[in-house]
Each structure stands twice: as C-alpha cells, then as structure tokens.
Design a protein around this ligand. Sequence first.
Ligand code: HEC
Length: 257
Amino acid sequence: MENSNNHILPLRTYLTIGGILLGLTIITVVVAQFDFGRWNIVIALAVASSKAILVALYFMHLKYDNKIYMVIFVSSIAFLAIFISFTMMDTLFRGEINEIRNQPVNQYAVIYDQEGKPIPMEDRVGLFDKPEEIIQEKVPFEITHGFGPIKEEIKVGPLDTVMALEGKEMFKMKCGTCHKLDERYTGPPLRGVTVYRSPTFIMNQILDPQQNVTKHPDMQALFAQYYTMMTFQNVTVEEARKIVEYLRYEATRSPNQ
Ligand code: HEC
C-alpha cells in the first residue's frame, strides 16, 4: 500500500519536470518579445499556472498525497475564482450605467454662478435646450470654462508643436497613471477632449480637480461613472497650458498613428 508520508519519486521524474519548467520559462521569455494584445495576459497566466500546477503536483507531492489535500487545494482555487469573477462583473461594467459624457446629464446638480452662489432651479429650466448663443450668454463662465483658479478665458492660437512636445512629457509623468488616450482607464480617455472642453476648462480641471469635479455638473456625472476623484498633480499654470497643447495635438491624430 502506498504510504504518502515517505513517497519517493525516481530522480528521472524530477529531472523531467524540472526540464518542463525550464522549457516553460523559455516560452515566457520568447512570448514576451511579441505583442498579442489582450492575449498577452492570458498566455502569461496560462504558462505561469501550468508551472505552479506542476510544482504543486510533483515537487510538493500533491499528486501522490492523500486525495483530501487535492480537494482542499482545488476547491480553494475554485472559490478564489468565484470571488474574483463576481467582483469583476461589477467593476468591468460600472461605466455602462451612464454613457453620456458630453451633456450635463444631471441637470439637477447644483450649478454655481460667477460669485459662487447656486443658480436657482427656475433660471435653469430648459436652459440647455436653447440655441447656442443664448446658452453662451446665460451660462456662467464656470460651466464653459470650469471651476478653478483661471477666471478668464485662455485664448489659444495655431498649434505650437514645441509646446506640445513639452506637454507630452508632462502628460506621461503626471497624467498617464490614470489616463490613456483611447481607452477608459482610471479616468476617461482623453483623445479629442479639446473638441468638447475649452482649453481653460481643461486647465482648471488640471489645476483644481477637487473644486471642478465637485461643482461642475458634467464632472459630477463623470465622477459617478469613474468612482475616483482626479487629484492635483503639482502642475503649474504654464505646465497645464503645455499639456493642453499636447492634448490639442493628439486630437488631430488617429489612434494608431
Ligand atoms: C488619480 C487619477 C488621475 C490623474 C493622476 C489625472 N486624472 Fe484626469 N481624471 C481622472 C478622473 C477619475 C476623471 C473623471 C472626473 C473625476 O471623477 O474626477 C478625470 C477627468 C479629467 C478630465 C475631464 C475629461 C472630460 O471628459 O471632460 C480631463 C481634461 C483630465 N482629467 C485631464 C487630466 C490631466 C491633463 C492630468 C495630468 C495633469 C490628469 N487628468 C491626471 C483621474 C485622474
């Protein structure tokens, strides 16, 4: 009868498994040279879990031990998978609750006037259905240009590519942790943001995200989709202006350029 306490495997088995593990490591290194897009993670995890399973089965003798250990091991992995996948069902689809980005979705959110006083509801009814000129005239500065330290519209000229390149570096360092250009990340994708947000608005969002996100209705709606509040990244006014230039530059390019 097999005694699980001192089961001895032939050296050949260890060497074979060791060889397979080395082979899988080589596969990991080779595969890393190519970009398989969304399959990258699937391949990497498949190789890694095959290795882990081999180690558990042979080197840790799970295969030869009392089968109760196998049951415990497999069921704990199964439960982990269940917990993670249920969490994913929530986090992956949160953003789909409200896809409208550009409109003040929450028309009943508090809107403040230039003095920082809330605009009474009766002055706002139907405001956003009126023609553009009336909106421009009636809508407070902050609705078009954001809440923040910049209180006068920043006018921009033709694209300044030198400035844009400096902005690109800043963007990589200070914004790339949360924003991508074409994909939803911690924050919304930013290619084309200059089409629907004024340069002043973007600068105010960069310079005082806390204020703009809590006061501006569009940002309140975005916050409700992203569940994270953008934070101030220690950016100066000049740097913010350069980042805007970079975003203007990216708005003219297509995703795969
Ligand atoms: C901590 C993560 C984080 C960082 C860092 C960050 N952002 Fe954001 N950003 C967000 C989130 C989240 C939102 C959506 C509003 C909210 O919830 O705060 C947002 C919103 C924005 C918006 C408004 C987009 C729209 O559709 O109106 C702009 C513009 C923006 N960010 C630019 C930047 C720039 C430029 C930087 C770098 C200086 C930056 N962000 C750094 C998380 C971040």
